[in-house]
Design a protein around this ligand. Sequence first.
Ligand code: NAD
Length: 384
Amino acid sequence: MTVTSARNLREIYADSEHEKIVLWSDPASDYRGIIAIHSTALGPAVGGTRFWNYASDEDASYDALRLARAMSFKNALAGLPFGGGKAVIIGDNRTTHREEIFRAHGRFVETLAGRFITAEDVGTTPSDMEYVLKETSYVSGLPDRSGDPSPMTAHGVFRAIQASAQHRWGSIDVLGRTVAIQGCGKTGYHLAQELKEAGAKLLVADVDAEKVKRVVKEFGAKEVSPTEIFGARADIFAPCALGGIINDQTLPQLNVEIVVGCANNQLLEETHGNALHEIGILFAPDYVSNAGGIINGCRELLGWQRADTIIKVHAIYDTMLTILELARSKGMPPFRVADALAESRLGASGILTDDALEFTAERPVDDYLIRNGLRSIPIKSGRH
Ligand code: NAD
């Protein structure tokens, strides 16, 4: 780990639009962490805790800031009464000293007195959050409460895929379409399952051989190497690993019509979103697609019933289709439309207003609702 000079960090933070950024260390437990709160305009900032061996403090700070902003936008466009924040713990997430690390993290979260509520993310688990709970009540995603959000995240992304397919091909049907999934972890696995059930063909890659083997075995997916997945010939590329995956190296390799997946911050830079738009690849904004996880957390955070969350996740189809149609009508990349709508909801002056989401799309009832016994529940249309 490169220790960055305070001056560099100050420069990174000075450029940010975040409300609060706090660094914390606990030498006794070898804990170092950052919490970035982007906005509390809509409510307390909610965001997961990522545990990662960052190459430098700059990388960790940059990740925390970008992820916190994405959480603000995600919560705003999902219509949730939350702001956006994110925590990162700097270190090797395979550590066996989990109790010490996560209790230190809990004490850090507690210092913010409810302005930030956390949950699990990459490198952390619902069980780790039980250690956080020993020090603070501002934690969710606990094993015996809302639990693993990944199936709901994957279902929301499946709905975003249907909206993208409808927009691009005039049908939500993915039967016979080929989807290249990068990452067969918690979300990638569940997305592969839903796509398989819907009749899609799957190409999958993971740096972890066991994870990819499971998806190949259970869903008849075809394995490709982690380096080949970007150039795989497919209809859809679904990034379900880490962020920044659409970059100068990968973008020219893409051989698909649509990019839509579970990963946060898929674009390394906004320029990559513009470039996708220019070459005619539809990029479905990630924080709209992957809101299912935080919506699942509303069972714990807001006392929602499971049925409420399923309906809300289902509505990602409407939100995404609205954004894609608006983008088409304005000749803008969809991610820019999504950002503008989110900024509008956060109170910043924007080029689009919140009213744009009043648009009501057709909402096809799919097998997921039927399987979950929700067919009889009226589905509200319009704003959600
Ligand atoms: P995970 O850790 O369970 O899975 C990620 C997988 O990606 C792992 O199997 C890992 O081996 C693999 N991977 C890492 N680098 C890779 C590479 N270069 N090539 C191929 N595979 C690679 O994490 P997850 O919970 O599935 O989350 C995946 C992404 O989705 C993250 O960006 C996360 O922030 C985002 N996300 C997750 C949720 C959720 O509910 N879990 C919600 C919203 C967003």
